[in-house]
Design a protein around this ligand. Structure first.
Ligand SMILES: *[C@@H]1O[C@H](CO)[C@@H](O)[C@H](O)[C@H]1NC(C)=O
Ligand SMILES: *[C@@H]1O[C@H](CO)[C@@H](O)[C@H](O)[C@H]1NC(C)=O
Ligand SMILES: *[C@@H]1O[C@H](CO)[C@@H](O)[C@H](O)[C@H]1NC(C)=O
Ligand SMILES: *[C@@H]1O[C@H](CO)[C@@H](O)[C@H](O)[C@H]1NC(C)=O
Ligand SMILES: *[C@@H]1O[C@H](CO)[C@@H](O)[C@H](O)[C@H]1NC(C)=O
Ligand SMILES: *[C@@H]1O[C@H](CO)[C@@H](O)[C@H](O)[C@H]1NC(C)=O
Ligand SMILES: *[C@@H]1O[C@H](CO)[C@@H](O)[C@H](O)[C@H]1NC(C)=O
Ligand SMILES: *[C@@H]1O[C@H](CO)[C@@H](O)[C@H](O)[C@H]1NC(C)=O
Ligand SMILES: *[C@@H]1O[C@H](CO)[C@@H](O)[C@H](O)[C@H]1NC(C)=O
Ligand SMILES: *[C@@H]1O[C@H](CO)[C@@H](O)[C@H](O)[C@H]1NC(C)=O
Ligand SMILES: *[C@@H]1O[C@H](CO)[C@@H](O)[C@H](O)[C@H]1NC(C)=O
Ligand SMILES: *[C@@H]1O[C@H](CO)[C@@H](O)[C@H](O)[C@H]1NC(C)=O
Length: 434
């Protein structure tokens, strides 16, 4: 029975996957509209401002993305209905330090159906002397330089690596820190980077944790490579803010699976849902609670990714101040702080597990996640697991039946020569039960 259910489940998922084709035509434009704002754009380049515009086009219903390093690394996603959708980037406004409002506008006869933004204000480094790998535990420590080194991402010099990457991908990298307080030169080539891959179809990331993806999302890999740790027992975390055009409470949902076929040793999927009750028409951030401590990812170099309680930004005055320096202000404008229209929540994502010997063991961490619109992809139970379960449940049943048939046949044959015991009928009843 269970194996039949398994096969049915498989068929249903199979059909579901192939019905939601939604292929999108992806185009990437680095430094958009710079030809119209030559002077301002040169100033922006000198400041290390990077902007990449991407469209994931489908007829009558497209996703527009803006990626930027201005203020902090930010991904903005806008779903528009109608064709010829585009964003206009006003560089005069993008370089205006007093406000980013209206710096990005949606062009043409399109209707904005949904907006969301994901921003990374700060990189947290902490001295995990008790080896707990837990930011909650760190709350008991003094909030001073012996325990914390907190950097604004805006303090890094960002640059764009475009073109040398795989299709529809690019990297935002920082390899230097402005007014560096620590000797970031001592390990040589350090870098902190975000690799973004805009998806236009469905598939599975070839790299662990092999996240499944659809045409409505962008994958990102956050890498801290060769960074000189401040403490011997340093660990890192990244402050993360999700802003969504929806007015209900966000939720971080953890789903468990019995299947770790695609990411060995990982049995969980985490979905940060911007509106859990209307997933089809709002956005999400998805990841598995795993990161890797070497660039060639494997189960043996995996360690844990932890998230924490969502914080309401209205109570976090400073993050609000930071958010004004991100292009989320350009996308949302005055709505950004209107709780009836827009919800913003923040959390930290920390990397590491007690006894994994700290960041300094390899001086490398890579975390992969995705941001997207609609229902987050789910791992279907893989064929291997179905076959295994099927075999596990089915084989004993087949053996019992065959055994029963064999016994019955044998009994019938011996019946001709021997005296049939009274229990003979009992055997036949058992066979029926089997
Ligand atoms: C995708 O966009 C490119 C460039 O705009 C265009 O040449 C191509 O025909 C488009 N493909 C589809 C399937 O729309
Ligand atoms: C980083 O950017 C600042 C300007 O924002 C510049 O003054 C500094 O020289 C840059 N540092 C490096 C190492 O490129
Ligand atoms: C979209 O662009 C094409 C060519 O640029 C143009 O022919 C068409 O009229 C435009 N459609 C709308 C709705 O603006
Ligand atoms: C860009 O912003 C500047 C300064 O606010 C404004 O003067 C200009 O008209 C804007 N450009 C466009 C095309 O809207
Ligand atoms: C910068 O933005 C502020 C606030 O929107 C505005 O008052 C000011 O004129 C802008 N500066 C420039 C140079 O456009
Ligand atoms: C941090 O606080 C602890 C305990 O109050 C103290 O021992 C330590 O010296 C402080 N470190 C710095 C750098 O202020
Ligand atoms: C940083 O490292 C490079 C390569 O080892 C070296 O040439 C350079 O002088 C160093 N810079 C500083 C400020 O130590
Ligand atoms: C940094 O990396 C480049 C390219 O991989 C290499 O040529 C260079 O020697 C490295 N420098 C240091 C100081 O490790
Ligand atoms: C907010 O920022 C100010 C200035 O940087 C700082 O003094 C204050 O402690 C911060 N507040 C919180 C709650 O972090
Ligand atoms: C953030 O931007 C909004 C909209 O432009 C503005 O009303 C608010 O005063 C700004 N907040 C801070 C702390 O700068
Ligand atoms: C990581 O960096 C620290 C500080 O530069 C160094 O002491 C340590 O040996 C490095 N670890 C590895 C595995 O290279
Ligand atoms: C992708 O987005 C389109 C609308 O742009 C929506 O109709 C579709 O359901 C979404 N796909 C998923 C898997 O949510």
């Amino acid at each position: 029975m269970k194996s039949v259910l398994g096969v049915l489940l498989f068929i249903v998922t199979f059909v579901a996957v192939f019905c939601d084709v939604a292929n999108r035509n992806v185009t990437l434009t680095p430094m958009p509209d710079c030809d119209k704002y030559k002077l301002e754009c040169d100033i922006a380049k000198d400041k290390g401002f990077v902007v990449v515009f991407a469209t994931a086009y489908a007829k009558g219903d497209s996703l527009l993305y803006a990626f930027s390093s201005i203020g902090m690394p930010t991904i903005a996603l806008v779903r528009v209905t109608g064709d010829n959708a585009s964003m206009h980037f006003n560089w005069t406004k993008l370089i205006n330090e007093s406000s980013l409002e209206e710096a990005i506008t949606i062009e043409d006869h399109t209707k904005v159906a949904y907006r969301m933004g994901l921003a990374f204000p700060r990189l947290l480094e902490y001295n995990d002397e008790d080896d707990q790998a837990d930011l909650k535990h760190m709350n008991s420590k003094p909030n001073n330089a012996s325990y914390w080194k907190i950097r604004d991402f805006s303090d890094f010099n960002w640059s764009l690596d475009y073109g040398s990457q795989t299709k529809n991908a690019f990297i935002l990298t920082a390899t230097s820190e402005q007014g560096s307080l620590i000797d970031t030169n001592s390990t040589g080539n350090w870098s902190i980077s975000f690799k973004f891959t805009v998806q236009g179809g469905s598939g599975r990331d070839p790299e662990l944790p092999s996240l499944k993806f659809g045409a409505n999302q962008t994958q990102f890999d956050f890498v801290i490579s060769n960074f000189t740790p401040t403490y011997a027992s340093s660990r890192f975390a990244v402050e993360t803010v999700l802003v969504s055009q929806s007015s209900s409470e966000m939720n971080v949902d953890t789903s468990k699976s019995i299947d770790d076929e695609y990411s060995p040793g990982v049995f969980q999927m985490i979905n940060w849902l911007s509106n859990p009750s209307e997933q089809q028409s709002t956005g999400f951030v998805q990841w598995k609670p795993v990161c890797y401590t070497t660039s060639d990812r494997s189960r043996s170099t995996a360690t844990k990714v932890k998230d924490y309680e969502l914080l309401d930004l209205t109570e976090q005055e400073n993050i609000t101040r930071y958010l004004n320096s991100s292009i989320v202000l350009s996308i949302f404008g005055a709505d950004l702080y209107n709780e009836k229209v827009v919800t913003s929540r923040a959390t930290n994502i920390s990397f590491g597990l007690s006894q994994d010997r700290f960041y300094d063991n390899t001086n490398y961490t890579v975390w992969s996640a995705a941001i997207g619109f609609g229902t987050p992809p789910q791992d279907a139970i893989s064929m291997t697991v179905i076959v295994t379960i099927g075999a596990g449940l089915g084989l004993p049943v087949i053996i019992l039946i065959l055994g029963g048939v064999y016994t019955c046949v044998k009994k019938r044959r011996s019946k001709q020569t021997e005296y049939e015991p009274i229990t003979g009928t009992v055997d036949r009843t058992e066979l029926v039960i089997n």
